[in-house]
Design a binder for this molecule. Sequence first.
Ligand SMILES: *[C@@H]1O[C@H](CO)[C@@H](O)[C@H](O)[C@H]1NC(C)=O
Ligand SMILES: *[C@@H]1O[C@H](CO)[C@@H](O)[C@H](O)[C@H]1NC(C)=O
Length: 358
Amino acid sequence: MASWSPSSVPLVAVLLSLLLLQHCLCGCTVSAARIGRAVVLKPCPDDASVSIFHEAPVFNNGEGCGPSGGPGAIHVAMTLDGNYLRGTMAAVLSILQHSMCPENLEFHFLEARTEPKISSNIRSTFPYLNFTVYPFDSNRVQGKISRSIRQALDQPLNYARIYLVDLIPTKVKRVIYLDSDLIVVDDIAKLWEVELKGKVLAAPEYCHVNFTMYFTDLFWLDRSLTQTFEGRRPCYFNTGVMVVDVEKWRQGGYTQKVEEWMGVQKQKRIYHLGSLPPFLLVLAGNIKAVDHRWNQHGLGGDNIKGKCRRLHPGPISLLHWSGKGKPWLRLDSRRPCIVDHLWAPYDLYRSPKHFLEE
Ligand SMILES: *[C@@H]1O[C@H](CO)[C@@H](O)[C@H](O)[C@H]1NC(C)=O
Ligand SMILES: *[C@@H]1O[C@H](CO)[C@@H](O)[C@H](O)[C@H]1NC(C)=O
């Protein structure tokens, strides 16, 4: 719980730190003078750890779902990061809410070892969720990460998706990997059922995007490197929404292939941004494209602070706040973008005001 990073709004930060202390403070009087408002503390709950998230309701299977835990299971993997926990909670809620068979969902969370345990938040918020937490040893990538132009992308957990297949149990044959800054507004079973057509991975693909810009001149001028793209037409794809054939990934040694490019990057700078380019080097042009409705992306804004994006035309199954801005931060700052109001209904976070008055 202590790993929650408060937003940049000072008052909220102060309130939040007070909240995090509440289980120590309950039942005592506390001087609230420093935050300039009266605080009424509620009596100590039986369980001393007060969650900063609301408990989600129970979601039950509709008709014709088959038994939970059976072959109809849908496996979803995400990371658990203190800075994105609020996003993860909203994402999980959105998935459950739109599933015909929510009890057939099985979640796999990758959590950094160094992180104070935040997985307990998942249990208290989703008491009925079928999930497993896998510790991700950030030492595994630490030495392999070279600095990128966006510091947020250098977090080891951002690279955890490369190792996902090594971490989940072998009974899992297919897995959906999702970023934490998105919500699903359609039945995730439809994404789960995409035909991979013999490919190791399906993801939203964007062939009109200028692919050149993801790599440096140092890369493009080196024939020994660019020949990796020979025989395929590489297109940009988003690694925040992926359907992975787990066995194909293992057999093909894709983790090692991605790592190898990270090794090259360590030697000479061949790309700019974090964990995405090594994925592109290995797989671009060789994936199954997923309908763009599964990645209404860029809602975080074009990497320019405060810039709002509108929705792209067309049907929407998934909204993705990729880019610098995150909806929970913008909502807290009271300067949300219009699209952030689509995220707000899935927010399980107890606002400090609400929390204190409850
Ligand atoms: C939850 O996951 C476990 C482990 O895979 C499985 O054995 C069990 O049947 C699942 N339960 C439900 C309710 O899906
Ligand atoms: C693509 O990006 C590269 C590198 O940023 C740039 O030099 C090139 O002009 C761009 N091409 C197009 C068609 O925009």
